[in-house]
Design a protein around this ligand. Structure first.
Ligand code: NDP
Length: 455
């Protein structure tokens, strides 16, 4: 994919960028290695000051950054502003807590003193996606830089201006030169970076294919990776749930970011007792949504990020319909306008083996499944190859216990929508990836957990 800003609302390419050459990549790694030599010895209090300053810069310029995201990948402007605010939050969170999370831990042994010391690793590469162009990067950068590492960002090729703006935030905040750098490179150049001896680890958020490729390259060189990949999160509703609340939240849980979120609720698994009622209410809400220019504050659904995402989704839905699924609303591309628009869609009667049954649908398409009881709901939820998040709606304590215990996912939310929060660890199992971001666990991913023993 060319490195370029192409407005998904109009299809117009506004700016193109030349990928960095091998020599430029080498220079960037040189600079990062040199920066690490000094930065790793810096005090937490100083790093905190810089990280808080980054948060202030984000808050001050939030409209400008939000417009950039909306321009490059089409998310509704209101959620783009909220995304920048969340980035400021994660910066402040780690500015406040990193020192305590990484404090030495004394463990009594036969030594006169033995303890665990958390030390930085060095240069960490981040390969990031376009769906939350600021958030995905800041949730990597805030803990990683606070731990004393330095970061290299390879952002998705369709959000280059966001990538450059993020590097500028850290620069303006006063982080030493090259502690955080953006490399404008294509996917095929990632291997070159990971193969450099000075690059110690890598994190990737994106598709299974990209994750497997990065992890294979890193694995050959015994380098640590963290993968945050796709999801096909279940959203289970049982008869004891507050139905109107479950419906209201379902709309946001499925359609946030035009449906392009790894933790979006994608499979609505409904107990037969409430299935019809829930589906009718959801349909009424989908009918009310405003599709249009994402720069307009009243728009609920903007375009998908790229023509490829649109084509992939369209194919998945049309094959599923050909195999017998029914669209209660939507189900076809919107041919009447430019840009990558796809309408909010609800599919029912989805046959086993169709794309809508087993694959991740990265767009505004809700799939509905009806089950006879909790056990069937859990079995269907767990039949996915993914295991990122799961949301279950029930006020029955026994059912709650079963969902918490038995759902195969990195996160379970009861009576709420799965969302990331700087204070809570975030990540998946199965093909959704491994490792954890955020919280105390997140900052421990890219450190050397060093055992120290003294007599
Ligand atoms: P990709 O996984 O292709 O892109 C994510 C990032 O990985 C980008 O920076 C991309 O670079 C890079 N990349 C792609 N291939 C490789 C590779 N072989 N080695 C190293 N880096 C690579 O996602 P897409 O944009 O193509 O979206 C495809 C699907 O991925 C979606 O439909 C969705 O299912 C899933 N996805 C999941 C996300 C999540 O949040 N978990 C986010 C985005 C996508 P470049 O842009 O230059 O190709």
């Amino acid at each position: 994919m060319a490195i370029a800003t192409t407005n998904p609302t109009t299809g117009e390419t506004l700016k193109t960028f030349t990928p960095a050459t091998a020599a430029e990549i080498e220079q960037a790694i040189d600079r990062a290695a040199e920066a690490y030599g000094h930065y790793r010895h810096s005090e937490f209090s100083w790093r905190s000051q810089l990280m808080n300053r980054a948060a202030d810069i984000l808050d001050t310029n939030k409209k400008q950054y939000a417009q950039l995201m909306t321009l490059e990948m089409g998310k509704p402007i209101k959620s783009a502003i909220a995304e920048v605010e969340k980035c400021a939050w994660v910066c402040r969170y780690y500015a406040e807590h990193a020192e305590q999370f990484l404090a030495d831990e004394v463990i009594e042994t036969d030594a006169s003193k033995s303890y665990v010391s958390y030390q930085p690793l060095g240069i960490v590469l981040a390969v990031m996606p376009w769906n939350f162009p600021f958030w995905q990067v800041f949730r990597f950068a805030a803990p990683t830089l606070m731990a004393g590492n330095v970061g290299l960002l390879k952002h998705a090729s369709n959000v280059p201006q966001c990538a450059l703006a993020i590097a500028e935030v850290f620069n303006e905040a006063g982080f030493p030169e090259a502690v955080f750098q953006t490399l404008l490179i294509g996917a095929s150049q990632v291997a070159e970076v990971i193969e450099d001896d000075r690059v110690m680890a890598a994190t990737l958020t994106g598709s299974e294919h990209a994750g497997a490729s990065l992890a294979a390259n890193a694995g050959k060189l015994i380098k640590k990776t963290l993968l945050e990949l796709g999801g096909s999160d279940p959203y289970i509703v049982m008869p004891s749930a507050k139905l109107d609340d479950a419906v209201d939240v379902a709309v946001t849980a499925r359609l946030l970011n035009n449906g392009q979120s790894c933790i979006a609720a994608k499979r609505f698994i409904l107990d037969q007792e409430i299935a019809k009622n829930f589906t009718n209410k959801l349909l009424a809400k989908f009918k009310d949504l405003k599709i249009g220019d994402p720069m307009n504050e009243n728009t609920n659904i903007g375009p998908l990020a790229t023509p490829q995402i649109l084509d992939d989704l369209d194919k998945q839905v049309s094959i599923s319909i050909n195999k017998g699924a029914k669209a209660l609303i939507g189900g076809e591309k919107m041919g009447d306008r430019p840009g990558n628009f796809y309408p909010p869609t609800i599919l029912t009667d989805i046959p086993f083996g169709s794309p809508a049954y087993g694959e991740e649908l990265f767009g505004p398409v809700a799939t509905v499944f009806v089950v006879e009881n909790m056990h069937e709901a859990i079995a269907l939820a767990n039949s996915s190859e993914f295991g990122l998040g799961a949301s279950a709606w029930t006020n029955d304590p026994i059912e709650q216990k079963h969902f918490i215990q038995d759902l195969q996912a990195g996160t379970v939310f009861i009576n709420g929508m799965v969302k990331s929060d700087p204070r809570l660890p975030f990540g998946g199992i199965k093909k959704s990836g491994y490792g954890r971001e955020l919280g105390k666990h997140g900052i421990h991913e890219f450190v050397n957990i060093k055992t120290v023993w003294l007599k």
